[in-house]
Ligand binder design. Structure first.
Ligand code: DGY
Length: 309
């Protein structure tokens, strides 16, 4: 029987299904050190997620590890280089979450502009009878800058056509055949944009890509929307710009050190804070679990994965 080390819980349905077909060691339910001391040599597969990742130290600790199967599209929390150095394939769950993450990005755009979360707080606090809210900004006809025109970025761009928005994007290289305008200079893109949406991957290549200069170029007329990774943004610079009013607003689903959210943001009216829920719908999470299992079974049956990274 295949021995699987599962690094964190997914849905109950998934946890039960996995344990019914394989021997599963659930690291979060027990003393991790004791579990590894006893079972490290028996572990064939690691099942993990974008959230729980897999470190080089853990990979090194498992001498008979054959594959790492992950839930989520991002794999910046998995040491893929350490896995590849041992010939261990890694899979993720791309594509099936594109629409869901793009929907959320668009929700954040609308919320930042129309101040829906703020208005909701206003009503719940009983402030309506005695006051009003400042006027918000429109979404339709505005300029949308996308940092990372990959699969999710494309899905965000597609949604914008219903809002008559102009779209430009920044990537390391232009996307062949794209209908959207390419902007090689990120500062210029930020200066042009009303909404700058981050849909690029996390990891070292994009760490602090959105620095103080980019934030200042977006400026008090602009909003930053992040559904990518907190590491892409210089978070202290972002907080400072929001506190000082140098940036118009922010819609954030991701943070540098999740689940820690900078406390200075809590009382700012122009910031929407979500707890990393980009893919968190029933339909999408189920599709992600199914793709994870398909990768696992393809590896066990044929030695290859459907969506290896
Ligand atoms: C991902 O799949 O990488 C998302 O951020 C969800 O965790």
């Amino acid at each position: 029987m295949t021995c699987i080390l599962q690094l964190g819980p997914l849905t109950e349905r998934f946890n039960r299904g996995l344990a019914a077909a394989h021997e599963v060691l659930r690291i979060w339910e027990q003393d991790a050190e004791a579990l590894l001391d006893q079972h490290a040599t028996r572990i064939d597969i690691v099942v993990t997620s974008a959230r729980f990742g897999c470190t080089a130290a853990l990979i090194e600790r498992l001498p008979n590890l054959r594959a790492i199967v992950s839930f989520g599209v991002g794999y910046d929390s998995i040491d893929v280089a350490a896995a590849k150095a041992r010939g261990i394939p890694v899979s993720n769950t791309p594509e099936v979450l594109n629409d869901c993450v793009a929907d959320l990005a668009f929700g954040l755009i609308i919320d930042c502009a129309r101040q829906m979360s703020r208005a909701d707080r206003f009503v719940r606090a009983g402030e309506w009878p005695s006051g009003g809210l400042p006027l918000a900004a429109r979404v339709s006809g505005k300029k949308l800058g996308i940092v990372g025109l990959g699969r999710i970025g494309e899905a965000v761009a597609k949604r914008s056509s219903g809002f008559d928005m102009q779209v430009r994007y920044h990537n390391r290289r232009p996307v062949a055949g794209s209908e959207f305008g390419y902007e090689p200079n990120l500062i210029e893109l930020a200066r042009w944009s009303d909404f700058l949406v981050l849909t690029c991957p996390g990891g070292e290549s994009t760490r602090n890509l959105i620095n103080r200069n980019v934030i200042d170029a977006l400026g008090a007329k602009g909003s930053l929307i992040n559904v990518s990774r907190g590491s892409v943004v210089d978070e202290p610079a972002l907080v400072e710009a929001l506190v000082e009013g140098r940036l118009g607003g922010a819609g954030l689903d991701v943070y540098a050190k999740e689940p820690d959210v900078p406390e200075q943001l809590f009382n700012l009216p122009n910031v929407v804070l979500l707890p990393h829920i980009g893919s968190a719908t029933e339909e999408t999470r189920q599709a992600m679990e199914e793709l994870l299992l398909a990768n696992l079974h393809a590896f066990l049956e044929r030695g290859e994965m459907l969506t290896a990274v």
